[in-house]
Ligand binder design. Structure first.
Ligand SMILES: [Zn+2]
Length: 223
């Protein structure tokens, strides 16, 4: 039995190996996580952060302020707390629903999906609200990518995120940029937005390591 802000739920844990099939696509993709965008992929496609989350975060902050204004131990504070709890629950359900649909779509549209191996320990240290929310959603998304990767027999690869935004995806030279530099402009002639450049680097790193990754795709093909 689990208690949530809107009531009690009975949880069942059913152990089944879920396997689904979708046609192989012959496509590979790299994903670069951002604060502004949910991610940018190696084809230059950007998935924005969903607007419902931004609106929900504003409501969350308001509900939090309301709690802190009520007298401690009073019934008004308890009521305000219950409202805050429900807001939290709603936002986490919406976020998960969005992440599930997106992860399933990315996995079924590609045979190989590469993303950054971001550490949870780094995520917890973060004090910026927007950043920590985006980190938490990204981590949840990554878990779902790996889950659907198993379900559909696709390869998912987490790569070292160091210098992916600095390297040139065309020639490999380091092109220094600060966080505010939005474009990648290399002397080899490669000019593009910063995030797609990083996403291509992420994809290339992943493809370079495929030989070392244990995957279920071969099992699925042989089955
Ligand atoms: Zn270059």
């Amino acid at each position: 039995m689990v208690k949530r802000a809107d009531g009690y739920y009975v949880q069942f844990c059913i152990s089944i190996d879920r396997l689904e099939t979708a046609p192989m696509t012959g496509k590979t993709i790299g994903l670069d996580v951002g604060l502004k965008e949910f991610y940018t992929d190696s084809n230059g496609f950007m998935v924005p952060n969903p607007r419902f989350l931004l609106r929900a975060e504003a409501r969350l902050k308001r509900a939090g302020r309301l709690v802190s204004r009520k007298v401690k131990g009073g019934s008004n504070r308890r009521k305000a707390r219950a409202i805050l709890g429900k807001r939290h629950l709603k936002i986490s359900r919406q976020r998960k629903d969005h992440a599930i649909k997106l992860a399933r779509c990315v996995i079924t549209s590609n045979d190989v999906v590469v993303y950054e191996d971001l550490r949870v320990s780094n995520l917890v240290k973060n004090h910026c609200l927007a950043k920590s929310i985006s980190d938490a959603s990204w981590y949840q998304f990554r878990v779902l990518l790996e889950y659907f990767g198993k379900v559909f027999g696709r390869i998912t690869i987490a790569v070292n995120p160091a210098y992916t935004s600095q390297e040139c995806s065309n020639c490999g030279e380091a092109v220094k940029k600060s966080l505010s530099t939005r474009t990648h402009d290399c002397q080899c002639g490669c000019e593009m937005d910063r995030d797609p450049n990083a996403a291509i680097n992420i994809l290339n790193r992943g493809i370079g390591t495929t030989g070392h990754v244990g995957t279920s795709v071969l099992d699925a093909v042989n089955a």
